[in-house]
Write a protein that binds this ligand. Sequence first.
Ligand SMILES: [Zn+2]
Length: 175
Amino acid sequence: MKILPQIRAVSRICTSIISSYLIRKIICRQKPCLDALKQFNIAIISDIDNNNYIVGGQAEVFQSVELLYQYDFRRFNRVKNEIRFIFIRNTGPAACYIARGRICILNIHFMDLNASEMARQIACAGILVHEATHLHIEHLGVLYFGANIDRIEFICDCEEKRCVEKLKTGLSLKA
Ligand SMILES: [Zn+2]
């Protein structure tokens, strides 16, 4: 247990270095989706890889946030309050977050490209809720550490599933 504060300090330094690097990269190189910035104050940014290929996906992620706004307002508010930057990449883990800087990183390949556009948007909204729930828990001061990890993942998975069900129900009622 003695080592815990040191690990915490090191991980804080690492995440602040990564988030300041990402924010600098975001501001210098990429333009955020203007609609998302205006409507929700969330910067949705698509990465540019080493071959100058723009990863894309900004419109789709924006539509996912709109779906949340229309059909799951409570979780939309969590996403809006917890996430300031959504950074779309084509490498790395499916999704992750950096608490400092309120950054959510999505891997575009994680969304099943064979699925319909609506199914992809619903899945993406679920992922955003999952990551926003992580950020919310972290900001409440609960560490993502040891025995907490499984419990936190369980809570975030439940929120993701409930959101997906709610969006599906909302959309089917509309149709
Ligand atoms: Zn998770």
